[in-house]
Design a protein. Structure first.
Length: 340
């Protein structure tokens, strides 16, 4: 059943990090030659008249094209979220972000925070100056989701669809409706401010809300250990994990070079259901024997590796290699030796 956006006096905090949603071009018909990350959070909010009068606070945390995202963004973002989620007067949080590495940031935040309140990533496929600008509507929809009672977890809102962090993938380079979730589809729709829930919200622990019982105490304790590691480890010294795609004519020198360079993990994006070129298979075996952690994913645009026969590789978490890489970084951060 659709539910109207609630009347709430609680704040929505908008944390801006850059992206196309804050991008500008010299002309309204230029949808590709623009500069991402130009406009501030306050300018983005002011461009949406329907947000006027709502209790909204803004924080300009970063201003970057998300292709350049990584631990140097994630660590202060997590620290800010921990602080802000604990505020009783905050109903939910919106993060404006580029679409290009939204999968990675969303997967990391869900695993590390599993928030009991909604943390909604909002983005756009067109710059703010475009005739087709989709940022203002996406931002309005994200705020509606962030104010929805009972919503929780890390969510991504684009083109009227609400996706769960680990299920979502950017599947199109240009279309406004660039994201999809597999296999079950989005968790909700948001249309003209009306929420239509389709599936349960992602699991939410105690970060910024009461535990709802969906997270086992052992899982919660592991999450807190991971959160501590994320907040403490110098961003320049997070585990090094490469993502290598199997392809026709594969040259194993790439894998051997990664091992020699000290990479601690490799995500192998196989063809189809995770099959690897024989050269890659052999090099992966050598890497594993040298102590490198491996995870398997598929290079297909959707779907996950299922039912490997006779293979010893662990399948990566999340819907694709982007999430699998972040999860392997976090696994190594959790299990690896302490680092200054
Ligand atoms: C970015 O990811 O920051 C630029 C591209 C986009 O937001 O679509």
């Amino acid at each position: 059943m659709p539910s109207p956006a609630p009347e709430s006096s609680q704040q929505v905090l908008i944390i801006a990090t850059g992206g196309t949603i804050a991008g500008t071009a010299a002309s309204a018909t230029d949808n590709v030659g623009y500069s991402a990350a130009q406009l501030t959070a306050d300018v983005l909010v002011a461009a949406v008249p329907a947000l006027a009068g709502l209790p909204i606070q803004t924080v300009q945390l970063a201003q970057l094209d998300s292709k350049d995202a990584g631990p140097a963004l994630w660590q202060p973002l997590v620290a800010t979220l921990v602080r802000q989620l604990s505020r009783a007067d905050v109903a939910g949080i919106v993060i404006t972000h580029g679409t290009d590495t939204l999968e990675e940031t969303a997967a990391l935040l869900q695993r590390v925070l599993a928030p009991g309140k909604p943390v909604v990533l909002s983005a756009a496929m067109r710059p703010a100056t475009s005739l087709q600008a989709d940022g203002p509507q996406n931002l309005l929809d994200a705020v509606a989701v962030a104010r929805t009672p009972g919503a929780r977890g890390v969510l991504v809102v684009l083109a009227g669809r609400v996706h769960a962090a680990d299920a979502m993938r950017k599947q199109d380079a240009y279309r406004l409706d660039a994201f999809d979730s597999a296999p079950a589809g989005p968790v909700a729709l948001v249309e003209e401010g009306l929420m239509t829930p389709l599936r349960p919200w992602p699991e939410g622990g105690s970060a910024g809300g009461s535990p709802d019982g969906s997270v086992a105490p052992a899982t919660e304790s592991k999450r807190l250990t991971l959160l501590n590691a994320v907040l403490r480890r110098d961003p320049a010294h997070w585990p090094r994990v490469a993502w290598i795609t199997s392809h026709a004519g594969f040259d194993a020198a790439l894998v051997d070079a990664a091992v020699a360079a000290g990479f601690q993990g490799l995500v192998l994006a196989g063809t189809g259901n995770g099959s690897l070129h024989a050269e890659l298979e052999a090099a992966a075996e050598r890497a594993q024997q040298a102590g490198v952690a491996l995870r398997l994913a598929t290079r297909c645009a959707s779907g996950r590796v299922v039912g490997q026969v006779g293979r010893r590789l662990e399948v990566g978490r999340g819907s694709g290699p982007a999430q699998a890489r972040v999860h392997l970084v976090l696994d190594l951060l959790l299990d690896g030796p302490p680092h200054p």
